[in-house]
Write a protein that binds this ligand. Structure first.
Ligand SMILES: NC(=O)C1=CN([C@@H]2O[C@H](COP(=O)(O)OP(=O)(O)OC[C@H]3O[C@@H](n4cnc5c(N)ncnc54)[C@H](OP(=O)(O)O)[C@@H]3O)[C@@H](O)[C@H]2O)C=CC1
Ligand SMILES: Cc1cn([C@H]2C[C@H](O)[C@@H](COP(=O)(O)OP(=O)(O)O[C@H]3O[C@@H](C)C(=O)[C@@H](O)[C@H]3O)O2)c(=O)[nH]c1=O
Length: 260
């Protein structure tokens, strides 16, 4: 299987490429590994995919604050996959939801309330129209073994180098990057088409999550400030039961993978 990981220099893309063993990866900023690609450039995306003719494209590329990269870039990748007949696995987010419902499964209708959520939801809609058998994998906070942005934020709070606090009113289903990458590769190798909720088994507030990270890393839990997000998507827990039932990969909950 020839695999192309778009966003292969990123936190998730790197792990997908590592587990796949053999793949072509892309980066955007100078000095990254693999081929350079700007997904905002429709012609460049098509040129690369036509040149490589991958069996599978996994797309993790995004910039949270940039609609063009996140929405239009994803459409360019989907169009290239459609033009070459490549299987597409696209990574999306829990933030396509508002948090007004109690829980979200694969049949829930996106109702984004942030520009980022709207960009990811627009990408999902376009992909569905362009690649009938694409997999859109919605995930939640991606953690690692200290190397994710979320873990670094907890350390920065503990060190007093970040302002703010751990939100007590936002709930997510954090997933370990190794579980998520394995699940994406499993979905890539399957015939599944449609939305898949690939999230960890535990729903936790950002504060509860921060406490678990602090405990694992020996930080002073009591010294970590708390805060309230107050508005925007608060509790966007994903129900991943259906997807988990389809997978050999077990999507551990944060209580398990953060246990010391
Ligand atoms: N991180 C999280 O907790 C969550 C992430 N997600 C989703 O997971 C995916 C991956 O996230 P993560 O790995 O953390 O993100 P990273 O920020 O670590 O990686 C983003 C990737 O996108 C690439 N990129 C940025 N701009 C462009 C561009 N114009 N053209 C091509 N590539 C570009 C970056 O390249 P370079 O490094 O060279 O700039 C990098 O490889 C995203 O789709 C995101 O929406 C969903 C839920 C939670
Ligand atoms: C979580 C958190 C963030 N912050 C601050 C720090 C940070 O710069 C800013 C926004 O945090 P985040 O972007 O991590 O918050 P958030 O928007 O939750 O992160 C998102 O990541 C993306 C990529 C996704 O797709 C989502 O699933 C989502 O988890 O708010 C706090 O002050 N306290 C907190 O408890």
């Amino acid at each position: 299987m020839t695999l192309l990981v778009i966003g292969g220099s990123g936190f998730l893309g790197r792990e997908v490429a590592r587990q796949a063993g053999r793949s072509v990866t892309t980066h955007f900023r100078a000095g990254g590994p693999g081929r350079r690609l700007d997904v905002r450039d429709r012609a460049a995306v098509l040129r690369l995919v036509e040149e490589l003719r991958p069996d599978v494209v996994v797309n993790t590329a995004y910039v949270q604050a940039d609609w063009v990269t996140t929405a239009e870039g994803a459409m360019h990748v989907a169009a290239a996959a459609a033009a070459t007949g490549a299987r597409l696995v696209h990574v999306s987010t829990d933030l396509v939801f508002s948090g007004r419902d109690v829980t979200y499964d694969e049949t829930s209708v996106p109702d984004p309330v942030t520009p980022y959520g709207a960009a990811k939801a627009a990408a999902e809609t376009a992909i569905k129209g362009l690649v009938a058998d694409a997999v859109v994998a919605r995930t939640s906070l991606i953690l690692g073994d200290g190397d994710s942005g979320h873990e670094k934020f907890v350390h920065a709070l503990a060190a007093g180098t970040a302002s703010g606090g751990l939100y007590t009113d936002t709930v997510r289903c954090p997933v370990h990057v190794t579980d998520l990458a394995a699940a994406l590769l499993e979905l890539a190798g399957s015939t599944y088409a449609g939305i898949a909720h690939v999230a960890g088994a535990d729903a936790l507030s950002r504060h509860e999550l921060g406490m678990l990270i602090a405990r694992r890393d020996g930080l002073d839990e009591a010294a970590l400030p708390t805060a309230r997000q107050g508005s925007g998507p608060l509790d966007v827990r994903l129900d991943g039961t259906r997807t988990q039932a389809r997978l050999r990969t077990r999507l551990r909950g944060a209580r398990e993978f953060l246990a010391r």
